[in-house]
Design a protein around this ligand. Structure first.
Ligand code: GLU
Length: 301
């Protein structure tokens, strides 16, 4: 079966070293198997989107020599498909009118945030004129999968998270639903992404089960952190990577990913570097966690 992978950035800021690492890992893992690599712009959360960020991400990937198959998929053009999935899930969902304050008072803080206490699951007959979210009912069977980097990972959705939101009260579809619908739509069977999404995966597997969709293989790669030990992210204003020293930056990505890549001066250009990466990629060498801080080029400051 043809391996199909993807990189799915949200345009909430420019590409930073951590996202380039994720793009590189997913790209090489797929290309080494002669598979397809797709680009999806996850632009559902309009309030968090930064104008121009999607274009900037696409141009930076292009400058670094990434080549994607097919057209880029934009999630904001997929709303009808999410509505269809929501309708299909109807027997497993209910409207939720709870405020954040209510959840904090009635629920309890779990490892992954506030555990929803199930208030609206027990009282489904509340007035429907109020703005409401849609939650999916969870159960207390653990959902387990084997991650190619992290190994066996299990979560009991009901006790560790509670019923979770698939349509937000502001009318936006939640990431969990959109990602599952689109991974299936694009035929993705290998998901390689940052370890910050490891604990989202059981929710996605659960939705795949309810929707009768195939489950991709998952690999969660370590997160790049800054000198303060914070994950590099658009939220904590990780600097955008520049396109001047591309070979050096890609070599830093490969070293970060545990790959015994030769020094940057060994590669005359990005093409020779990609050729090396495709021939030598080894997922088994990717460390579970990474402890070295990085600057914008992935170098230890
Ligand atoms: N859009 C998500 C992000 O930028 C990634 C989603 C995924 O890879 O599943 O963090």
């Amino acid at each position: 079966m043809l391996t199909t992978g993807r990189f799915a950035p949200s345009p909430t800021g420019s590409l930073h070293f951590g996202s380039l690492v994720a793009a590189t890992a997913s790209y090489l893992a797929v290309r080494q198997q002669g598979g397809k690599w797709l680009l999806r712009i996850e632009d559902l959360d309009k309030p968090r989107e930064q104008p121009g960020a999607a274009n900037h991400i696409i141009q930076t990937l292009h400058a670094y020599g990434f080549e994607w198959d097919d057209e880029i998929l934009f999630q904001n053009q997929r709303i009808p498909a999410y509505h269809e999935a929501l309708a299909y899930l109807q027997a497993h969902t209910y409207p939720c009118y709870c405020s954040r304050k209510h959840i904090q008072q009635q629920g309890h803080a779990g490892e992954y945030g506030w555990v929803y206490p199930g208030t609206c699951r027990q009282q489904p007959h509340v007035p429907s004129k109020h703005q409401h979210a849609i939650r999916v009912r969870t159960h207390d069977q653990p959902i387990c999968f084997t991650d190619a980097v992290r190994g066996e990972y299990c979560q009991d959705l009901q006790s560790e998270l509670g019923d979770f939101v698939i349509l937000r009260a502001d009318g936006l579809f939640a990431y969990q639903l959109a990602v599952v619908v689109d991974d299936a739509f694009q035929g993705i069977n290998q998901v390689v992404r940052g370890a910050d999404l490891l604990d989202n995966t059981p929710r996605q597997i659960y939705l795949q089960q309810l929707l009768g969709l195939p489950q991709p293989a998952y690999a969660h790669i370590p997160l790049a952190a800054n000198a303060q030990g914070q994950k590099l992210s658009k939220q904590n204003l990780a600097p955008a990577i520049d396109t001047h020293s591309r070979v050096k930056t890609l070599v830093a990505c490969l070293h970060f990913l545990g790959q015994p890549c030769p020094a940057a001066h060994e590669f005359p250009d990005t093409t020779t570097l990609w050729d090396w990466g495709i021939a030598n990629w080894n997922m088994a060498l990717v460390p579970k966690i990474h402890t070295q801080p990085c600057n914008k080029n992935g170098l230890t400051p």
